[in-house]
Design a binder for this molecule. Structure first.
Ligand code: CP
Length: 365
């Protein structure tokens, strides 16, 4: 009753109903224009993504990423220009999210809408033939007739592979169990390069990155680590920070492959001891387990009292829980909102390539 009264009073108070259309510039504002200036456009690299499924971060080399980041920066710098030219007009996206999502589904759908395409959206396995035992291969066969691109999230690691085999339209892995989340990792690197463009060329002071979580169990971390190997010359050290409760920090061969890729890895359990030396603190806590999830690292928390280096940034794939205090939102360490925002533009860039519509957006500034 008290809350209802408070809400009624707030609704009558016009000052409480007003909002600022622009956010105050107190947290990290990732600027895309420097990337646009530094990366020369190469249309052939973008065209090489046509007729490809996107399943793993392993598919992206540095050159392909740079061209995607350039196109994303172009969209982010001038969003109205491209929504008016409707480069995806006449194309249909099948957005199939069989596991909950806020950011990935809505940012993919926002990306597609902003480019002028149409969408069919599935948000529940039970509303499809899967509930009657239909196979993902057969559903993929049907999708061929209905759309031009599929974005799939599923708790099963193999689902995206099962569907891929019958598809002759491209599919994007939007998170498959604990395996990978490649477009999240692209959004992460896009944010990091907007923060420090010199990382692209390996010319700045090498940075220290702390990843709070368990790479064997967290798909966002798994994909991010793969992409970080492309920038190993700009990274002094990647420190994996966990709570000591997980048996396996890395899955089989994961650590060896990352080290062969040039990353210097160190595994620790004392968060506050490492924080003062970190340039990037990447925090995550959710790991998927069958049809549910586990919140890991309950003792690993970032708060306004954490001893953060003055110019360091915090990244988080979100959704957040108790591990990331909202008290950090209005600080310049908060680059996680910028990271989530930038994901729309990187997905716009990827979707344009996969639908072979880059010819409508290159050489337009
Ligand atoms: N980052 C991310 O994958 O968030 P959602 O689960 O909300 O899609």
């Amino acid at each position: 009753m008290v809350n209802e009264n408070n809400n009624n009073a707030a609704a009558k108070d016009d000052s409480q109903m007003s909002f600022e259309p622009e956010r105050p510039d107190v947290y990290g504002q990732a600027q895309p224009k420097e990337l646009l200036r530094l990366i020369p456009e190469d249309h052939d690299v973008l065209k090489s993504l046509a007729n490809k499924h996107i399943i793993s971060a392993r598919q992206f080399d540095k050159e392909t990423m740079l061209q995607l980041f350039r196109l994303a920066a172009k969209y982010e710098s001038n969003p109205d220009r491209f929504s008016e030219s409707n480069p995806l007009q006449g194309k249909i996206l099948i957005s199939a999210f069989y596991e909950p999502s806020t950011r990935t589904r809505l940012s993919f759908e926002s990306a597609w809408h902003r480019l002028g395409g149409d969408i069919m959206s599935i948000t529940d396995r039970a509303s499809t033939g899967i509930a009657k035992g239909e196979s993902l291969e057969d559903i993929g066969e049907m999708f061929n007739n209905y759309g031009d691109c599929v974005v799939l999230r599923d708790i099963g690691e193999s689902s995206v592979f099962d569907m891929m085999h019958s598809l002759c339209i491209p599919i994007i892995n939007a998170g498959n169990g604990t395996d990978e989340h490649p477009t999240q990792a692209l959004a992460d690197i896009y944010t990091i390069l907007k923060w420090r463009p010199e990382i692209m060329s390996g010319t700045g002071t090498p940075i220290k990155i702390g990843l709070i979580g368990v790479p064997s169990r967290m798909r966002a971390l798994r994909s991010l680590l793969i992409l970080l190997t492309e920038y190993s010359e700009s990274i002094d050290e990647v420190i994996i920070i966990h709570d000591g409760k997980s048996e396996k920090i890395f899955s089989e061969d994961q650590q060896e492959q990352l080290e062969q890729g040039g990353l210097k890895l160190r595994v620790v359990t004392d968060l506050n001891k490492e924080i003062p030396s970190l340039d990037i603190v990447y925090i995550n806590s959710i790991a998927w387990v069958k049809d549910s999830f586990e919140v890991m690292g309950q003792d690993m928390k970032l708060t306004a009292d954490s001893p953060l280096k003055p110019n360091s940034i915090i990244l988080h794939p979100l959704a957040r829980g108790d591990e990331l205090s909202p008290a950090l939102d209005n600080t310049n360490h908060n680059w996680y909102f910028s990271q989530a925002r930038g994901a729309v533009f990187i997905r716009m860039a990827l979707l344009t390539c996969m639908t072979q519509r880059t010819g409508r957006v290159v050489d337009i500034l």
